[in-house]
Design a protein around this ligand. Structure first.
Ligand code: NAD
Length: 263
């Protein structure tokens, strides 16, 4: 299937590692030029250089903290200055800390809202005028299986990603007349540093060891294993493609069957 991504410009947030990096690699393999960001300049530069070398696309790598609106504006500005437009936006950020209600302070709640909801809203606000003017755009938000089935001890993720989903569903209807789609891609347990950190956090809290935690997750997944970042990135590339032009307002899991609901 030709995804029609050759020559498009994609901004992928939080792309120096994990799911963001895999999405950037997948879009580049399809011929899209990239604007990528993450907080640390060194790792981001290395990743950008590696993707450009392996795929032949142009990559702009701009260090940024997506929870800071000034950084978000600068990333979009750099991409627009270099390429003249952003066609595809993939919002993504590091995961908020695990924790139950008792352990979370109001500062942690505020930070999670800035990180997950603020970044998605700010990035969309910055790219939408151009997409509307060109009457073509794709927005894909990386959220989580937690929006369909909350995950124990991930109070912040469970709560704030629901807000992102409400935002995206509402925005989808507002921008559909302009040829712009807005969808959410929901990773299940996928083999990245973030997941390793969650496993180790359990051990550090005096709970089960990381290995026991990993086996526990696998036992809940009908596919019997964690997902690979490239398996998730394939869905994002499709939702970002020309071929997905009539799919909008959806939340699609990539979870090996973990979510047990019918819809
Ligand atoms: P990861 O920790 O492996 O990578 C996160 C990336 O985000 C890195 O490139 C990091 O530098 C960047 N980043 C972190 N905070 C940032 C910030 N404030 N500004 C800019 N960049 C920032 O994580 P991942 O597994 O790739 O997860 C990506 C997102 O998907 C997270 O929000 C995570 O909670 C969510 N998620 C992941 C899984 C999973 O199994 N991997 C499951 C459900 C949801």
């Amino acid at each position: 299937m030709n995804l029609g991504l050759r020559g498009k410009v994609a901004l992928v947030a939080a792309a120096s590692r994990g799911l963001g990096r895999a999405i950037a690699e997948e879009l580049a393999a399809e011929g899209a030029h990239l604007v990528i960001c993450a907080r640390g300049a060194g790792e981001l530069e290395r990743v950008g250089g590696a993707i450009a070398a392996s795929s032949g696309v142009e990559v702009v790598a701009e260090p940024a903290d997506v929870s800071d609106p000034r950084d978000v504006a600068r990333v979009v500005e750099r991409g627009t200055t270099r390429f003249g437009r952003i066609d595809i936006l993939v919002t993504n950020a590091g995961g908020p800390p695990a924790g139950t209600f008792e352990t979370l302070t109001s500062e942690m709640w505020d930070a999670a809202v800035r990180l997950l909801l603020g970044s998605a809203v700010g990035l969309a606000r910055a790219v939408l005028p151009g997409m509307k003017a060109r009457r073509w755009g794709r927005i894909v938000n990386v959220t989580s299986i937690a929006v369909k089935q909350p995950v124990d001890s991930l109070m912040l993720s469970n709560s704030v990603r629901a807000a992102v989903t409400g935002f995206a569903r509402t925005l989808a209807a507002e921008v559909a007349p302009f040829g712009i789609t807005v969808n959410n891609a929901l990773p299940g347990y996928t083999r990245t540093d973030r997941v390793e950190e969650l496993a180790r956090a359990s051990e550090a809290r005096g709970g089960p060891t990381a290995e026991v935690v990993r086996r526990g997750w696998e036992s809940q997944i009908p596919a019997g294993r964690l997902g690979e970042p490239a398996e998730f990135a394939a869905l994002v590339a499709f939702l970002a493609s020309e071929r997905a032009s009539y799919i909008t307002g959806t939340s699609v899991p990539v979870d090996g069957g973990w979510i047990r609901s019918l819809l």
